[in-house]
Design a protein around this ligand. Structure first.
Ligand SMILES: [Ca+2]
Ligand SMILES: [Ca+2]
Length: 153
């Protein structure tokens, strides 16, 4: 599809949500409209909420440009902020003492809670693999960087 046709198509979609024709849609209307989007199936709703807040620049309103940015975003790439938000939430859940680092003990507990059976030995290896600065803990940056490497991005 040529870009202009695509824009027209998106504009029509946007206008449909923008019932009062203000050129902006509320975050709630936007959320309602995109929740059924198959591209979002992999993400939890809390992640989508944070994403919408960031997309709207914390204004609670979505402009056409922001709408377009979402519609044209590739959600299958780790460059997409949805992934960063999702990973950050998972990271924060595992980081139970909230010091910004995942120790091997936290990692072990975190994954036991998630119902996965990974042995303690295996976990130490994962932490070692991800622990780029060798301080014995995994920071969010280390976590994200290594996931990107594993995904070849
Ligand atoms: Ca911690
Ligand atoms: Ca580290």
């Amino acid at each position: 599809m040529p870009q202009t046709t695509k824009d027209e198509y998106l504009q029509k979609k946007f206008d449909k949500i923008d019932k009062d024709n203000t050129g902006k849609i509320s975050a709630a209307d936007f959320r309602q409209a995109i929740l059924g989007d198959y591209r979002l199936e992999a993400f939890r709703t809390t992640t989508i909420d944070v994403y919408i807040t960031e997309l709207s620049n914390h204004t609670g309103r979505i402009t056409f440009e922001q709408f377009k940015k979402f519609m044209q975003a590739d959600t299958y790439t780790l460059k997409n902020s949805l992934f960063t938000i999702e990973f950050k939430q998972a990271f924060d859940e595992i980081d139970t003492n909230k010091d910004g680092f995942i120790s091997s003990q936290e990692a072990r507990q975190g994954l036991t809670l998630a119902g996965q059976h990974i042995s303690g030995l295996c976990f130490n290896q994962i932490i070692q693999m991800f622990d780029d600065d060798h301080d014995g803990q995994m920071s969010f940056e280390e976590f994200l960087n290594n996931i990107k490497i594993l995904w070849h991005e």
